[in-house]
Design a protein around this ligand. Sequence first.
Ligand code: NAD
Length: 490
Amino acid sequence: MLELKNYINGEWRTASNPDTNEVFNPANGELIARAPRATKEETEEAIQVAKQAFESGVWSDLSAQERAKFLFKIADKIEEMYDELVELEVRDNGKTKGEAGFDVADAATCFRYYAGLITTPDGETYHVPEPVQAMVVREPVGVAGLIVPWNFPLLMSVWKIAPALAAGNTIVFKPAEVTPCTAMKLFEILEEVGIPKGVANMVMGKGSIVGQTIAESKDVDVVSFTGSTEVGRCIMQAASGNLKKISLELGGKSPNIIFADADFETAVDYALFGIFFGAGQVCSAGSRILVEESVHDQFVERFIKRAKRIKVGPGLEEGSEMGAIVSEEQMESILKYIEIGKQEGATLALGGKRLTENGLDKGYFIEPTVFTNVTSNMRVVQEEIFGPVVVIQKFKDEAEAIQLANDSDFGLAGGVFSQDGAKALRVIKKVRSGITWINAYHPTYVEAPWGGYKQSGIGRSLGKYGLEDFQEIKQININLAVEPVGWFSN
Ligand code: NAD
């Protein structure tokens, strides 16, 4: 069992709070770690440490090349520890080995990407009236508060830590309470490669204490949050005290539109991947499948036939294709939504139950679940379930597909399947979402911006946009003729 610790000012610390957090493997109930629940005072201390480290210039004054060297080393270490990190992520989160493998590989890629990006030109100059030369430089914001969810514990941490450090900020990072294990390994790596003391700090604990303190603090200059829309709203309010910069990556209920002229097997295959990858605990999941009337029944039949064959089981077991739900609380929430769907009159076409056979009763597993005959006003169509539950809706034509797709408070992701390229592009351009695919679903690239429209968030992670979240922009005007302005006569 792991004894997790906070990392403040380059020291590993057990929390002063005797109330610790027990971390379980959701596939079998095994106790895998004990983590601190830091107090408000400890969180405030970490913020002060980060503030002093920022002001000292120990990190922000390094050249981009020097900072990049650290980030490249972190990427190398992540790859060296690939097997250990994959296994720990599976035991902590419940996902499959294949899924965790992608996360760990992407984490290394993300550090390398930002190491490279930070050394590319990023300034601008302007031809303003003589004798002034105007230019723009980018600077770190200061102390970055980073708060992440449990569904991609390592990867979501890296999506924030890599650009924040690349840009020269110091950080106070908080992992999710249910999945803090790989974060500890990541901070061990940061220590090993020699990130200076006080630059990177980690505080584990409750959202309502550690997270809230970070979001409220007047000494935190930017807060970057990934999690639910509900908590995103709290972050926005808390951040208003000192008007800190915010970046919010929130929930979704994303449409996946299948036209009759799509390549049928490709559409079915990606639709399955879109919702059942990560057992549906993916913000961008294609949880609303919209199918053109003429192929609807055929699609549903084939989709269900294939969904039935998905092998649900512990992530470390050979052959498991869909892993566990992260916690009992999350499982209960998903099962409650399935009941709501039934009560609302949707047709439960597949699944709907907890799986308990063949030893699965020790963990939290839910069958791939499909609702058909749904209407847009149902809660199962509008609300994020965050589990292996999909709703399939029919549409008549292009206009109705777009109208149904956009009938949501969310706007995170969306897909279109059609072999008519012009139609696919026409439709995806009308879908009010930040991350979209044509004839695919889910692939994500570190180079491309990630984030949502509407209540799915503010700002973008990844790519150059992800770096901008952690940068201030300064104009510098240089007088090239050093003489008095002469505005006043005396
Ligand atoms: P959550 O909002 O419950 O928690 C996220 C983090 O916020 C956790 O670390 C939690 O401890 C902390 N927190 C909770 N209350 C807080 C408060 N009052 N102040 C500050 N911090 C607080 O989310 P979750 O259940 O861990 O994750 C699932 C959610 O995350 C889903 O809604 C999903 O869509 C979303 N998500 C979005 C993206 C994206 O890129 N848009 C990616 C992954 C997950």
